[in-house]
Design a protein around this ligand. Structure first.
Ligand code: NCD
Length: 490
């Protein structure tokens, strides 16, 4: 079965480690003398293969490092770097583009402004697809480079230990709202057990759906500064996520809503105090192309003066680049600035990823990755309301069928497969009868009998507008239209 990398979730921890070990091998064998992070020369491993890059958004590092990686593996590259020179300018859909390109190449790298675009590409081709950034959603290959940099800068004590960042505290700075590199990174950091301090610029907090997923899928705790009486400290960030040591911590998350407060145990308080010394900064640029307003004066910047602070004296500085004003040039020669190495690692890491997906080392990735949740999908019914989701773009909406993971059953909660927005539908109906009810718990019975018969709506009006009728013998619970419940960020 073809494996793709659309979300960082598509690789499990062992697979990430295996990719890193292969990247180590490339670096060991091909490093530039005196520059152990830089690959040079070429191999012949991928001589029978062609990589195609489809870049609908600007890129320097990502596209060039993919192309360099493929060339250094001995393969060939064909590129469509500018939307104006491709058929997309004529209105071609993502599905058609990949169905054509699959005849010319063996693996596809796509960057697109729509959230979920890479998932659509992967759905419509049998080639491996690599997501090189889909709008403000995810950027999983940057995360591989980030994790590889963290691993190199924070060498495991024992070489044969499993990869873990349990004793690492990382402070994420800047635009956590639209920074797609941050979104993929927080999921991976949570999985590898790091302590994460999101320190966002005003108006640039992590989106609700990212927080919900951190809590739901990885058992992360959401804490708020005001809640922690004895941690009152002006320097302390507004939000803190602590990844669990064990599954028992999930019980602390009692959540009807995302914003639940917790009573902390002494142990958790101790951990929070430990977090005050930060091992890594992960700085990001203000994603001006995805915001409506301009950047304010309060955008956090990192410079040599900040690193004089007691908490930050040992802190290494990462950045996916490009930088604007948030990272001073005065750190470029400082050994704590590791961002150029991070960019250099893009080549060996992407070489290892391409080699894995092309099965040049057959046992590296497992045949398939089992999804975490069951799928609900129906051309009728619930639609994602995120205006940036690929399913909402006129061109793609003509053929893409909405798909949602069923992430909770009580209350029924579904997550858009493409962009991760979550919803609590309130109406259940059937494709076969077009009769709906507000007795939402009935979804299970319909789904168990025939998943394709299930039609969910957010509210009664949507069902009525779609020509469904109230099932006879059932009263509307309140006699009124039910409110719509949308969990994801606006
Ligand atoms: C990032 C991106 O494109 O999201 N760049 C990159 O790939 N290294 C970060 C950014 O553009 O700010």
């Amino acid at each position: 079965m073809t494996r793709s990398l659309v979300s960082i979730e598509d690789l499990d921890n062992d697979e990430i480690e295996a990719i890193f070990e292969l990247a180590d091998r490339f670096l060991d064998e091909m490093a530039t003398p005196g520059k152990p992070h830089r690959v040079r020369g070429r191999r012949t491993l991928a001589r029978d293969f062609i990589l195609s890059t489809l870049f609908y958004e600007p890129s320097t590092r990502t596209r060039l490092s993919f192309e360099s990686a493929m060339l250094r593996l001995g393969g060939q590259v064909i590129s469509s770097a500018e939307v104006t020179s491709s058929s997309a300018a004529k209105g071609e859909t993502i599905a058609d583009t990949v169905r054509v390109v699959e005849n010319y190449a063996d693996i596809v790298v796509i960057r697109h402004s729509d959230e979920g675009a890479a998932q659509v590409a992967a759905d419509y081709t049998d080639l491996p697809v690599i997501n090189a950034g889909d709008g403000g959603h995810e950027h999983p290959t940057q995360t591989l480079c980030d994790l590889y940099t963290l691993r190199a800068a924070h060498r495991q004590k024992e070489k044969d230990e499993d990869l873990s960042f349990k004793d690492v505290t990382i402070e994420l700075r800047g635009d956590l709202k639209h920074g797609r590199t941050v979104h993929s990174l927080v999921y991976a950091l949570a999985r590898f057990g790091a302590r994460i301090i999101p320190s966002h610029a005003p108006g640039c907090d992590l989106p609700d759906h990212v927080k919900q997923r951190l809590a739901r899928d990885y058992g992360c705790l959401l804490l708020r500064k005001q809640e922690i009486e004895d941690l009152h400290d002006d320097d302390f960030p507004e939000f803190v996520y602590v990844t669990p040591e064990g599954p028992h911590q999930r019980t602390l998350w009692t959540g009807e809503e995302a914003d639940v407060w917790f009573k902390l145990s002494l142990e958790q308080r101790r951990k929070l105090r430990e977090m005050k010394s930060v091992d890594f900064f992960y700085a990001t640029r203000y994603q001006k192309e995805r915001h409506e307003g301009g950047v304010g004066d309060e955008y956090p910047a990192i410079d040599a003066a900040l690193l004089k602070d007691k908490r930050y004296r040992q802190t290494k500085v990462m950045h996916p680049l490009p930088r604007v004003d948030e990272l001073s040039y005065d750190l470029d020669e400082d050994p704590r600035g590791v961002y150029f190495k991070q960019a250099a690692y893009g080549v060996p890491v992407r070489m290892a990823l391409i080699a894995s997906l092309l099965e040049l080392f057959p046992s590296l990735l497992s045949q398939s990755r089992k999804p975490r949740y069951s799928l609900y999908s129906n051309a009728q019914g619930l639609r994602c309301t995120n205006g940036k989701c690929v399913t909402r773009q006129a061109n793609e909406a003509r053929y893409v069928i909405p798909k949602f993971w069923i992430v909770d059953q009580q209350p029924l909660t579904v997550r858009c497969v493409y962009c991760d927005f979550e919803y609590e539908p309130r109406i259940v109906s059937r494709s076969s009868t077009k009769k709906y009810t507000a007795a939402i718990d009935e979804w299970r019975e319909v789904y168990d009998r025939s998943p394709r018969d299930l039609v969910l709506y957010l509210n009664e009006q949507e069902a009525i507008d779609a020509g469904h009728q109230l099932r006879r013998g059932r009263k509307r619970p309140s006699g009124k239209q039910l409110p719509t419940k949308t969990l994801a960020g606006k």
